[in-house]
Each structure stands twice: as C-alpha cells, then as structure tokens.
Design a protein around this ligand. Structure first.
Ligand code: IMP
Length: 179
C-alpha cells in the first residue's frame, strides 16, 4: 500500500468484479441500441477504459473536461468547461461516465448542459458515490459503490494530480492535504 494512504477502501479485485457487473447491466439495458459514452476527464479515464471493454453493445467514445476542485478537497461550486465534446449528441443515447459524485454540483451542471443539446436519452454511471454529501437533486443511474464521506484516491482519482495510477481505491491520510 502507498505510504500516503490510511487504508484501502476498495481493492482492485472488488473493482474489477463490480465493473464487470455494471458492464452486463448496461449492455442489457441498451441491447440493440447505439451508445455514446462520455468520459468525464480525467478522473474517469481508468474506469471508462475498463467499463467499455465489458460492453457488448455498439459504443462510441467521447470525452469532456470540466473543472472541479483544483488542488483542494472540497467543491467550490464553480464549474468551467476545459474541453468540450468532439461529437454532436443530438438524438443519441448518452452515458456519462464519472469517477465519483460528491456534492453533485459538477454533474448537475454538466447534465443540464448536455440535455440542452437534445440527446435521445442521458444516463449517468459513476464508480463511486458519496450520497451523504449531496447538495443538489441528482441520482446516478448506475453506481459501483456508495462510500462514506472520506477523501479517496486511486483508480483514476487524484489529489493535486497524484495517485491516479494506484490500482485500488484508498483513503488518503488527512495530513497529506493538511487537515
Ligand atoms: P462534486 O461536484 O462535488 O460532485 O464533485 C465531483 C468531483 O470532485 C469528482 O469528479 C472528483 O473530481 C472530485 N472529488 C470528489 N470527491 C473526491 C474524492 O474523494 N477523491 C478525489 N476526487 C474527488
């Protein structure tokens, strides 16, 4: 285990099993349809890469980047587009793939923006959810794990751009981010 972690919250084997389960569920729900998966950069990169390989339906991939916390561990509520989608989403089935939902502010803003572009449907798939922290009405359609209100890193999730490469999801020691 990395020295900056307090403990492992979700081990890589459990993540892999859950990703396979989500892949089956999503493939069944979209059978016969074409899907546009939207990876929310950068945290969802690793989850998206693994999830896509579990899908049996036709899927295209696009990505979007919006600002979240900068170097802090709390949401500012200020959301900025850093990179927009490459493709038009009008009339398409969208699956927004996110690493974690905390307050929900980021995804609320993003999904409202995507709905204004007239997709046929829009669902949200998140690996992790902290439902106790929610500040807006936002319910993901597919959730890997509900987790407590602790700051986690690994499997794509970062603190100040570090720890994304760790294979497990772990709880970061609070002294690392100065609390
Ligand atoms: P929200 O707008 O508060 O829902 O924030 C969502 C974004 O905050 C996620 O996409 C992550 O980038 C980041 N975030 C929230 N909680 C954590 C965490 O525990 N570890 C790492 N990033 C987090």
């Amino acid at each position: 285990m990395h020295n900056d972690l307090e403990s492992i919250l979700i081990a890589k084997e459990a993540i892999a099993a859950k990703v396979a389960e989500l892949g089956q569920q999503i493939s069944a729900d979209y059978e016969g349809e074409e899907l546009l998966a939207i990876c929310v950069l950068k945290g969802a990169i690793i989850f998206t890469a693994d999830l896509l390989r579990q899908l049996t339906v036709d899927v295209s991939l696009d990505s979007i980047s919006i600002s979240s916390y900068g170097h802090s561990t709390r949401s500012s509520g200020v959301v900025r587009f850093l990179k927009d989608l490459d493709e038009s989403v009008e009339g398409r089935h969208l699956l927004v793939i996110e690493d974690i939902i905390d307050t929900g502010l980021t995804l609320k803003y993003l999904t409202e923006n995507l709905w204004s572009r007239k997709p046929k449907s829009l669902k949200i798939c998140t690996l992790l959810d902290k439902p106790s922290r929610r500040q807006v009405d936002l319910k993901p359609d597919y959730v890997g794990f509900n987790i407590p209100d602790r700051f986690v890193v690994g499997y794509g999730l970062d603190y100040a751009e570090r720890y994304r490469q760790l294979p497990d999801v772990g709880i970061l020691r609070p002294e690392v981010y100065g609390e």
